[in-house]
Design a protein around this ligand. Structure first.
Ligand SMILES: NC(=O)c1ccc[n+]([C@@H]2O[C@H](COP(=O)([O-])OP(=O)(O)OC[C@H]3O[C@@H](n4cnc5c(N)ncnc54)[C@H](OP(=O)(O)O)[C@@H]3O)[C@@H](O)[C@H]2O)c1
Length: 227
């Protein structure tokens, strides 16, 4: 049975990834607080992936790194600390986890890594400068590692548009804003974490064996079409 490490498997997109993997895989979920999920294939480890002690694991066939930020402010109000915090959670946390488990991942016959970016790395959006800096770093990391780790380990990223999770709850704070957000997208929708999780699970699978170094824009049409 394959073993998948999901960093940030307690909430949002990561939790949906864990739910989809559990029937067929062993899952180790790392988050600061455990979720309510309970399954014989699931091990939950409560730790801070950026600063805490990471668990010892002897087999990993797939790794998903979910921690992220949406710290939206005008550029003039973003402090150096804001930029550093965003970089720490989005980029350095992923780097730390990937360096910790690199050797174990490379022992697998079909290892796959999934990272998360955002549509705001591709399209300039007001108040997104800090998160765009960090997520552009995630995209650079995705492509560099995909090259460095080929053919042993595939590395891809998903860049979603706004997705209905606790991370986005400050933005999606009432029905009027939710409708406005849907209207901004040619497909007139925001994303549900379940559909983003579906793509992550596919990228982990053997069926996605030809994809590496790719950033998958899940944009509800926003970046790709004009209607
Ligand atoms: N939601 C959106 O609109 C949206 C849009 C574009 C991109 N994204 C990206 O998609 C990814 C997933 O987003 P999401 O909305 O699912 O986020 P979420 O609902 O905030 O879930 C994040 C998960 O990561 C865990 N986590 C956060 N910091 C951690 C840390 N330091 N150590 C260990 N675990 C940590 C959280 O659990 P604990 O809090 O218990 O640690 C939680 O399980 C993120 O990288 C985000 O930037 C999201």
């Amino acid at each position: 049975m394959r073993t998948i490490l999901v960093v940030g498997g307690s909430k949002g997109i990561g939790k949906e990834v864990v739910k989809r993997l559990l029937p067929d895989c062993k899952v180790i979920s790392v988050s600061r607080e455990a979720s309510d999920l309970d399954h014989p294939h699931l091990t939950q480890v409560e730790t801070d992936a950026v600063k805490g002690e990471l668990p010892e694991i002897d087999q990993i066939d797939g790794l998903v790194y979910c921690p992220g930020t949406i710290n939206l402010k005008p550029f003039s109000r973003l402090s150096e600390e804001d930029f550093l915090t965003d970089f720490e959670i989005n980029v350095l946390g992923a780097v730390r986890v990937l360096q910790t488990y690199e050797k174990i991942l490379k022992k697998s016959d079909n290892a796959s890594v999934v990272l998360f970016s955002t549509v705001a790395s591709d399209m300039g959006m007001t108040f997104h400068s800090s998160v765009a800096v960090s997520k552009s770093g995630v995209e650079g990391l995705t492509k560099s590692l995909a090259a460095e780790w080929a053919p042993r380990v595939r590395v891809n990223a998903i860049a979603p548009t706004i997705t209905d999770t606790s991370l986005a709850s400050k933005i999606l704070r009432n029905d009027a804003i939710r409708e406005k957000m849907k209207e901004r997208h040619p497909l007139k929708r925001i994303l549900d974490p379940t559909e983003v999780a579906e793509l992550a699970v596919y990228l982990l699978s053997e069926g996605a064996g030809s994809f590496t170094g790719q950033v998958f824009k899940m944009d509800a049409g926003m970046l790709s079409i004009k209607v």
